[in-house]
Design a protein around this ligand. Sequence first.
Ligand code: MN3
Length: 249
Amino acid sequence: MDRRGFVRNTATLGLGACGLMGATSALSAHGAPVAGGAAAQLGGAALGAVEFSLPPLPYAYDALAPFLSEETLRLHHDKHHQGYVNGLIAAEEKVMEARRSGDYDNIAALSDALAFHYSGHLLHSLYWTSMSPNGGGMPEGELLELMDLNFGDCHAFRSQFIAAGNKVQGSGWGVLAWQPLGQKLVVLQALNHQNCTQWGVTPIMVCDVWEHAYYVDYRNRRSDYTEAFFDVIDWSAVSQRLIEAKGAG
Ligand code: MN3
């Protein structure tokens, strides 16, 4: 099947139950544009030093036009993603202060903030590397074989992924993830960044459907954005993350 045929398929499947993306170490996966190693950046703030930082956008701000404008990518990467990194660092510092003082009265709010900002940081890092100026086309190899096995075929996968993103109520994500217990690919929704999660799954491709991701370019037409997302997917990066996720799980 050619790329055009793949992209044109717009049949929709019923939306599955709320899925989940996980609080996993997905950013050790291939393609995460984090200087010094994703694992070190995202997992290195265990006890003391706060090491989280914004990874550079792996292409020019105007490289994905016309799918997404330079204005959108500058705002989204430099302001929104940076905001989650800042929020994560602030939350970590408050948790460290609670440890020092022994005052855990705010632990519920702090736990919520950690989940929100960490998940936002992780998902945005995956989002940038789910796309490429040279993206689009078809998935190949084991990724394609698993789509056939787990969804029926790649068209059915595409329909479910787009439906999941379109039907997120409010802000959230469409997520393709490797589920180790089922040894299969799953399509999930993430509400906000952290809700509707299955523990232990590894997200390998994500589509941000918060309005800030598309409103400048698509206004309220989220479904136009989620359809066009398939024109820029970096399937080789997604395939590599699948291999790494399977190896880890
Ligand atoms: Mn976003």
